[in-house]
Design a protein around this ligand. Structure first.
Ligand SMILES: Nc1ncnc2c1ncn2[C@@H]1O[C@H](COP(=O)(O)OP(=O)(O)OP(=O)(O)O)[C@@H](O)[C@H]1O
Ligand SMILES: [Mg+2]
Length: 361
């Protein structure tokens, strides 16, 4: 097969050394916990969701085990290039540039061109990126998810009933963009501060959700229809965060505190949970996969509420796939646990898409 790998690549030159950045962004008084941490981060998080050259090359190499692969960057020329190239199928990892429909744009023009592609369709990608839309659908099907309100302006704060304690996050970002250690709010003043930050920094509405106080998990699913497979549940050990940090998997936790020279081993895979909880987590994740019409693969974040009931936080139908095990990327980690290596994982996703289209290898 001729496979086109369509991607967005991170510009590697935007790293800056800092703790000052944390002081700028962490509006609460917990910054002392960060002080001993020497970290590098991207000052401008605009392209945080995009893939590194290393990931793109690793995906290409994996697909080349059985196919001819052409790389196409998802920029303004991509439509013309794909129209001319006419690959048999696209392996889509493009996150898109801007707006709530950014992940849907490449699949939308592939549908326009009649070119098959891996993963979910534009409708599902758009709905899952706008976390409120995904949660509305989950709620309709009685799949547990935290109560929430969407706030589009500071004036709206006068008329909403916030579910304190709450988490405030941008409505349609990923990779913990805009979810900071300070994003848990307990008072109207803190709520105002965090909503203001989201509105100003991301120029998009804020999602204000009831804080789910229990353990956190992330769950990788592969396949379609009856053969959807749930990979071993990963626990994100929030108890391993630095002392004083709020119990959320924040931007700081994801990108700053866990560094190769002082790693925080935050993951248990498989999670140390009893069979009943494991079964319940798997059940709600499969239901979410079905009702949101996810295809081929997806990673979902789950958190227990105060009663121990798992709730869906969000779905990632374009999951992160860092190839280096030291980077603790959860989808490849869960796959490795059941003997599926990185290359096999990517070829499995491709095969799922080929099977949907009735295309042999
Ligand atoms: N309602 C909530 N209750 C408790 N914690 C929450 C809630 N919403 C978000 N969090 C915390 O914030 C983290 C990031 O939130 P979320 O997963 O929505 O962001 P994201 O940027 O889309 O994540 P990803 O990096 O997986 O794309 C979660 O992993 C969780 O720790
Ligand atoms: Mg998440």
């Amino acid at each position: 097969m001729h496979v086109a790998l369509v991607y967005n690549v991170k510009n590697g030159n935007t790293e800056v050394e800092t703790n000052e950045h944390v002081r700028e962004e962490s509006a609460d008084d917990t910054v002392e916990v960060l002080a001993p941490v020497k970290a590098k981060l991207t000052r401008d998080d605009t392209y945080l969701e995009w893939d590194s050259e290393e990931t793109i090359q690793a995906v290409k190499a994996a697909l080349e085990e059985g196919h001819t692969v052409t790389l196409i960057e998802a920029n303004e020329d991509a439509f013309q290039k794909l129209s001319a190239l006419r690959p048999d199928i696209v392996f889509n990892i493009a996150e898109g540039l801007r707006g709530a429909s950014r992940e849907a744009q490449v699949p939308a023009f592939l549908e326009f061109l009649g070119i098959p592609y891996t993963g979910s369709d534009p409708v599902t990608l758009g709905i899952c990126l706008d976390k409120s839309r995904a949660k509305e659908i989950l709620s309709h099907y009685k799949i547990p998810t935290a109560p929430f309100v969407v706030v589009s302006s500071l004036e709206e704060l006068n008329s909403i009933q916030a579910p304190f304690p709450a988490v405030v996050k941008p409505l349609y970002e990923g990779s913990s963009k805009g979810v900071l250690n300070s994003s848990i709010v307990r008072t109207p003043e803190e709520l105002h501060r965090e909503v203001k930050r989201v509105l100003e920094q991301y120029d998009e509405p804020a999602l204000v959700e009831k804080f789910l106080s229990g353990r956190e998990f992330t769950v990788a699913l592969l396949g379609n229809g009856e053969s959807v497979r749930v990979l071993p549940v990963v626990e994100v050990r929030l108890d391993k965060l630095p002392p004083g940090a709020n119990p959320i998997y924040s931007y700081e936790a994801k990108w700053m505190w866990d560094q190769p020279d002082h790693p925080i081993n935050m993951y248990d895979c498989p999670a140390n949970i009893d069979a009943a909880l494991d079964a319940r987590i798997q059940e709600i994740c499969k239901q979410a996969y079905t009702v949101l019409r996810v295809r081929d693969w997806c990673r979902m974040d789950v958190r227990l509420d105060e009663t121990g009931e798992p709730n869906i936080i969000e779905l990632n139908p374009l999951p992160g796939i860092l190839p280096n095990p030291d980077d603790h990327s959860c989808f490849p980690m869960a796959a490795r646990k059941v003997g599926i290596n990185y290359n096999q994982l990517l070829n499995n996703v491709l095969d799922n898409a080929l099977a949907r289209h009735g295309m042999g290898r």
